[in-house]
Design a protein around this ligand. Sequence first.
Ligand SMILES: [Zn+2]
Length: 373
Amino acid sequence: MTQAAYYSESYAQARKGFLAAAHACGARIESISAQTETPVDPAPFTDAAHLGDEDALRSLVVVSGTHGPEGLTGSACQRALLDDISDSGLPADTSVLLVHAVNAWGVATGLRCTEEGVDLNRNYAEFDSDNSDKDALKASNPEYDAMHDYLHRLADSMSAQAYLACGPSMLTEQFGEGAVNILFQGQHRHANGAGFGGFAPTAARQRLERALTSALSASRDIAVVDLHTGLGPHAVGMKFSVAETGGEEAQRVKSWYGDDVVLTNDADANLPYRIFGETSSGVARALPNARITGLTLEYGTYEVDGLVRCILAEFLIRHRIEMLEAGMANKLTGKISAFFYPESAAWRQRVIAQARAVFSQAFMGLAGSIQGA
Ligand SMILES: [Zn+2]
């Protein structure tokens, strides 16, 4: 298959292509509905395709669509992997679980959040057990409180057009160069705010947990690759890990994927903030008997101001819809989708090449072939 054929123009087309390719590879498929009380068309499903030996001890998990519109890129990378598996098979004692459109509602509607209005990549936290993250969640990203008030105050005082045009520069003026970090870090206090990680597990998180426990309960060594777009240099796949600096997982991530992996919890990192509840920590919680090696692969699309504008546009759509004239929400959603899913053939080609490199590094890491490096 040509690389261009991995890419779809819509969620419906992506889902159809993914399911057909997974069937052709002999995958065991579990489709979990993500339909809501207000029906979405096409009907959203999270589809999990499990390939290889059911009882394999090693597994690669590849997740697409954590933030809705980036899902079509993740889907294309999953299609490339299916194509490679169909050509060359899988390494010994290794299975692959492809979770297609984990935030299926977001992929189908073109919004980054889940049906509950939650940033899924902040939602895999511990909310109500004895080991609760609650205090840490409450205390994290305290600067967002002031930004939250400011975001709503600005919305009270200007048009949606002005809000989106001036928003990025006004945030920097008000909160300094770190404004973007405050906006991106996520928070667990303001449900009507940006980057809200939820007060409880979302339906999308539960869909991922169900897919993991039904396919991988035998697995003991799991590589997780969560595919994102939007942050970083154009067409460059930035590698992020939330593993603790100096810990075993951090060492493993670097030896498998290279020294260019950014440890987001490292004080010296470019993104010097602690993230709570991202995907690989969710996998670790769902499968406590397995050793997890988690990677976020994040492909840059356009400038960071554009990303801020997308987040502000989604903020208006979700929380200040009364500000938007008829048809404007749809127009903004189209712009958000375009930001996270570039049409350029060169961009798309580079994305697939880097995904393939990461998948083969994951297989090699799982096989232990570069152990001790
Ligand atoms: Zn993302």
